[in-house]
Design a protein. Structure first.
Length: 347
């Protein structure tokens, strides 16, 4: 008969072995629990835990509670946290192709954004990989629309407008349209509207609903100025320590999260637009005169971005416009993009 001491030892050893087989990761996010991105992250973590029978667990830390949004890329790269969510425009200086998300008036629909992502992804995977990072998946924010207190039907209507800006691109858009740029952080939108500091802005329908802008802004034009995306990245060394089965489960869950996230983004945009309508905001498509102006701006910003980002940027946009044409859409690539593929175009 086995001694009681031996049995206790055996049980303890088995428990230790089980504990050692578990891997616990922390996922840093800069967005609140109210964001659909965060909800998607939590489902992703749950899928991973279920697929690995709890051998790999991911603790989602939202709202910059673990690491501030701007510091997440470095934290994941250093291994301080194993996995994190970044906004691609926020890392575009280090990873140039990520900057395509910030080029305005190029991507006009969510399917177009997906076409662009399919072309961005392999390039970004290489750029991230060179820095010890692994790209898991990406999900877009709802596209940016134009809000105003009065109808904007042509470029001249922007003259005298006080347009909210929050980065160099939005400042230049305001100036090129003839509006006065006004620096207003998201947290101060309601106050700026109430005091008359601003009377127009380019932002998503979701942002408008969150800030209840219908008290002052009565028009929303679905101009789809650009579609920024978040990406979930992993420390490559941490990933290498997982078993083959765990890595496979992680990537499978990531693929599901990407598909689910794109659907959540679409649903969030549709819900927000309906909320704007319900609160008296007149929602309209882009006026034809403005469409021509925005197309010209898109060409200008595209050429500038390609010159800054280099040959891969030119190749990306050339392939993007070719893909749009092959899908039957009536589009024309900016001249410099179409004729200078793979090289830095002149302005």
């Amino acid at each position: 008969m086995l001694s009681r001491t031996y049995l206790f030892g055996l049980v303890a050893a088995l428990c230790c072995t089980h504990a050692m087989s578990q891997t616990n990761w922390r996922l840093a996010s800069g967005y609140s629990d109210a964001s659909f991105h965060t909800a998607n992250l939590r489902e992703f973590a749950s899928d991973v835990s279920r697929a690995t029978n709890g051998k790999l667990t991911i603790d989602v830390r939202s709202g910059s509670s673990l690491v501030k949004l701007a510091e997440i890329r470095n934290a994941v790269g250093a291994g301080t946290v194993e996995i994190g969510e970044v906004i691609l425009t926020g890392v575009s200086k280090e990873f140039p192709i990520a900057g395509a998300d910030a080029v305005p008036f190029v991507v006009s629909t969510l399917p177009d954004a997906k076409r662009l992502w399919d072309l961005q992804r392999p390039v970004l995977e290489k750029q991230f990989g060179a820095k010890g990072l692994v790209l898991l998946y990406s999900v877009p924010w709802p596209s940016q629309g134009l809000y105003s207190t009065r109808p904007f039907l042509k470029k001249g209507d922007f003259t005298g407008a006080r347009m909210r800006t929050y980065n160099p691109t939005t400042v230049r858009i305001a100036e090129l349209l003839g509006a006065s740029p006004v620096d207003v952080p998201t947290t101060q939108i309601a106050e700026a509207l109430a005091t008359g500091k601003m009377d127009s802005m380019i932002s998503s329908a979701v942002t408008g609903v969150e800030n209840k802008v219908w008290t002052h802004l009565k028009y929303f034009y679905e101009i789809n100025a650009w579609t920024p995306k978040n990406a979930v990245i992993v420390n490559a060394a941490a990933l290498a320590k997982l078993s083959d089965a765990e890595r496979r489960a992680l990537r499978d869950a990531a693929a599901v999260a990407e598909e689910r996230g794109w659907g959540m983004s679409r649903a969030a945009a549709q819900s927000a637009v309906q909320a704007l309508k319900s609160n008296g905001v007149k929602v309209e498509s882009m006026p034809s005169n403005l469409e021509r102006e925005f197309t010209r701006l898109g060409e200008r910003f595209s050429r500038e971005w390609i010159r800054e980002a280099g040959g891969q940027a030119g190749e990306l946009f050339t392939n993007f416009f070719l893909r749009l044409k092959s899908s039957g859409l009536d589009v024309a690539a900016p001249t410099a993009v179409a004729t200078n593929s793979g090289s830095t175009p002149p302005l």
